[in-house]
Design a protein around this ligand. Sequence first.
Ligand code: HXC
Length: 257
Amino acid sequence: TEYQTILVEQKGRVGLITLNRPEALNALNNQLMREVVAAATGFDRDPSIGALVITGSEKAFAAGADIKEMQGNAFPQVYLDDWLGPWDELGRLRKPVVAAVAGFALGGGCELAMLCDILIAADTAKFGQPEIKLGVIPGIGGSQRLTRAVGKAKAMDLCLTGRMMGAEEAERAGLVSRIVPAADLLTEALATAETVAAMSAPAAVMMKESVNRVFETTLAEGVRFERRLFHALFATADQKEGMAAFAEKRKPSFENR
Ligand code: HXC
């Protein structure tokens, strides 16, 4: 497939998507939205892929929605088009997604990072929801996912002032999984995704589904959901292999069934 705003590569069992609009700090225009969603859903359906990585450049993961493209938008059209709706498909990916974030992750860029499952930040990463400075609010879940990630106190601070927070603050607040030196970012993200991709695929997909259930249900229902999936995994060959490998003091070799 020919993409103009992203680079797409398969590295082993990992699908890598690199945002590539350097002239606009990877601002998320409509074409980039369509391309990221197409590439990510393609990897999600591909059985040779076990996990995804989404990254940007050294300077910017993404500096938000493309302000120049959206400034002329009008209500009836964005409403009828359900503009930005396609981004929701990233939240429905079943395979684990690692965000590798260096530099600016602002507005839609921060929201895109939060749509991923493991967020690895370079020490240069800067996060923020500056939409309020443009007279709008976040549009792909920023006010919701940021608040779930860092709590009301910090979410209100960030969203209402539009200020940026650095990697250290973001990790302390619970937005970021790990911080790594900028030079190691992609290597670490790919290694992490490769580790996940080497797990039993049914277990990894159920793991993700189970963690995400936290945000949709009560504790009792969530525990029940987890228990059902846990029981179901005893129907897989990979459970037998994983436990036999432990008992035999060897590495497991999963076949994703
Ligand atoms: C369009 C953008 C852009 C954006 C940067 N550029 N961000 N173009 N949309 N969001 C362009 C600049 O116009 C400039 O183009 C080039 O990228 C380099 O940016 P500079 O501003 O010159 O770089 P710098 O001085 O280093 O400042 C970096 C920055 C700043 C602090 C990140 O660019 C900035 O504040 N950007 C906007 C951030 C923002 O408000 N994001 C939220 C958008 S609203 P030229 O042609 O002049 O060289 C949003 C809504 C969410 O995301 C809805 C869901 C998607």
